[in-house]
Design a protein. Structure first.
Length: 119
């Protein structure tokens, strides 16, 4: 059974930092690992993505403040967030494109972790 579990959310003051982690288990390997977020009343949006080779892409809102990284051996992905703003408040979700059997890739989501930035 594949599990994707996020951790590291919480309450932080504006200007502060927070590190989110996501661990995938039950998979053989993953391609893209992505952080999304969804604020109340808004659609889920991509924050940052990293592929298996380590190439990254960021939403404009995250560039220069957030850093995504991964450990392929541990099957984890992290999001280091700094200079946080109240508008970063959202539930952050980890998405993994992965295979639990050879030859078949599927999409897996975590349950989300709340990040709240106070002004």
């Amino acid at each position: 059974q594949v599990q994707v579990v996020e951790s590291g959310g919480g309450l932080v003051q504006a200007g502060g930092s927070l590190r989110l982690s996501c661990a995938a288990s039950g998979i053989l390997f993953s391609s893209d690992m992505v952080w999304y977020r969804q604020a109340p009343g808004k659609q889920r949006e991509l924050v940052a993505v990293i592929n298996s080779g380590g190439s990254t892409n960021y939403a404009d809102s995250a560039k220069g403040r957030f850093t995504i990284s991964r450990d392929n051996a541990k099957k984890t992905v992290s999001l280091q967030m700094s200079s946080l703003k109240p508008e970063d408040t959202a539930v952050y979700y980890c998405y993994v494109r992965a295979a639990k059997v050879f030859g078949k890739m599927d999409d897996y989501w975590g349950q989300g972790t709340q990040v709240t930035v106070s002004s």
